[in-house]
Design a binder for this molecule. Structure first.
Ligand code: S3P
Length: 460
């Protein structure tokens, strides 16, 4: 088994993006047809590597997402003494047990990934080591205080006190205190960081959430042998993890990523006469808000062959081109589709009537300010769109003019959302950079092209 060399091979294709932007345009396509699979879920992939590192014994992962964000997490766990690498089709992590990781030699670079960074902060908190963390320009603008605040309460030290953004140097401890923490923002990343730190603490750590956020950490920690209990109390859910935990290495199968499948589904709805089936997609209810919304818009979206795979519900999603109507998307649905608003907004231009999306404050602190970036991209392509506080309103006109250039701001989902819209717009839609797509969905272009999509490198 080759660990480091695998990373080097994977690493050469993911050099820094900033220097070489690659504009790409999408133009009107014929019907999209076919059955395809999308790569593994990003959230589950990060967690499988991290929990594998914290378990004793070997964890084997099938279907791991081999995209830059996840590869950076694989490199990080390797640097922390839990080598992760690929044998045949299967990724393996040689775990060191809860509290058994060691001080890395250099700085951990998380690239574009908020999830990798924030979950790993929970890991570092429980180890007596000093770890420097860094990321790209997008990640270095994103708020870290939301994770550091509860971890500081538990005993983590930050060597740059008061600083909210990467680069940061953290010092963990073997003496973490368990806490009860009410999430001030609906964030699965914050919840997960606290629960991961809680594995190391002496006693029970509880996170209280009002809005249900994705629960992959809870599900997978149980699978690895931790005691995790979720109790509904009134409007809230109290999620507790027992400290001094022992995890043991497991086999994991990563289902297809519903956030990547979202672009294919959206494209199939707006390109006339399309009929696309995306096989083996995760349909955990904390992730399917987009699909419910598309159905409410009149979209022909059907979950077929629903089954359970490795503790998560999975389906083949069949989508046929449909006439869409504008809808109101309630704020309460935001956590279950937080990464899907750019593509929903982009295809709302093709609906008849207004689509109003409420409760989007969290969109402002993603890989870019997605509220502004989405509105600007739509406006540049001739749509009528406005932002009112945390609400995005798109006036659907049954189509999109196109011909605009979309500023992607180092944000993979902004790039994919507008390339999706361009497949049915009157004139091509151009995104100023497509390289960031590799952070979550490197196969986006070939998979879309296999279905019948048309993209062109922009020659300007
Ligand atoms: C993720 C949680 C979400 C999501 C991100 C992945 C996770 O972020 O936007 O892409 O894997 O926990 P927040 O939990 O901060 O909203």
């Amino acid at each position: 088994m080759t660990y480091a060399t695998d990373f080097q091979q994977l690493g050469t294709s993911q050099l820094k993006h900033v220097s070489t932007q690659k504009p790409l345009s999408a133009r009107k396509a014929g019907p999209l047809k076919g059955r395809v699979r999308v790569p593994g879920d990003k959230s589950i992939s990060h967690r499988a590597l991290i929990f594998g590192a914290l378990a004793t014994g070997t964890t084997r992962i099938r279907g791991l997402l081999e995209a830059e964000d996840v590869i950076n997490t694989a490199k990080a766990v390797t640097a922390l003494g839990a080598p992760a690498g690929k044998r045949g089709d299967v990724w393996e992590v040689k775990g060191r047990g809860v509290g058994g990781l060691r001080q890395p030699q250099g700085t951990l670079d998380f690239g574009n990934s908020g999830t990798g960074t924030r979950l790993m902060m929970g890991v570092v908190a429980g180890h007596p080591m000093t770890v420097a963390m860094t990321g790209d320009a997008s990640l270095s603008r994103r708020p870290m205080r939301r994770v550091l605040a509860p971890l500081l309460e538990m005993g983590l030290e930050v060597l740059e006190p008061g600083k909210d953004t990467l680069p940061l140097t953290l010092r963990g401890t073997t003496e973490l205190m368990p806490i009860v923490y009410r999430l001030p923002v609906p964030s699965a990343q914050v919840k997960s960081a606290v629960l991961i730190a809680g594995l190391h603490a002496a006693g029970k750590t509880t996170v209280i959430e009002r809005e249900a956020t994705r629960d992959h950490t809870e599900r997978m920690l149980r699978h690895f042998g931790a005691t995790v209990v979720a109790e509904a109390k009134g409007e809230e859910t109290h999620i507790s993890v027992d400290g001094d935990a022992e995890l043991s290495g497991k086999d994991i199968v990563v289902p297809g990523d519903p956030s990547s499948a979202a672009f294919l589904a959206a494209a199939a709805l707006i390109v006339p006469d399309s009929d696309v089936t995306i096989e083996g997609v995760l349909i955990n209810p904390t992730r399917t808000g987009l699909y419910a919304t598309l159905q409410e818009m009149g979209g022909d979206v059907v979950f077929e062959n629903v089954r359970d795979e490795g503790g998560e519900p999975v389906a083949d999603i069949r989508v046929r081109a449909s006439r869409l109507k504008g809808v109101r998307v309630p704020a309460a649905r935001a956590p279950s589709m937080i990464d899907e608003y750019p593509v929903l907004a982009a295809i709302s231009a093709f609906a008849e009537g207004q689509t109003r999306m409420d409760g989007l404050a969290e969109l402002k602190v993603k890989e870019s300010d997605r509220l502004q970036a989405t509105a600007a991209g739509l406006a540049a392509n001739g749509a009528t769109v406005r932002v009112e506080a945390d609400t995005l309103i798109v006036e659907g006109a049954g189509g999109l003019k196109g011909a605009g250039i979309v500023a992607t701001h180092l944000d993979h989902r902004i790039a994919m959302a507008f390339l999706t819209a361009g497949l049915a717009s009157d004139a091509p839609v151009i995104v100023d950079d497509s390289t960031m797509i590799a952070t979550s969905f490197p196969e986006f272009r070939p998979i879309m092209e296999r279905l019948g999509a048309r993209f062109e490198e922009d020659q300007r």
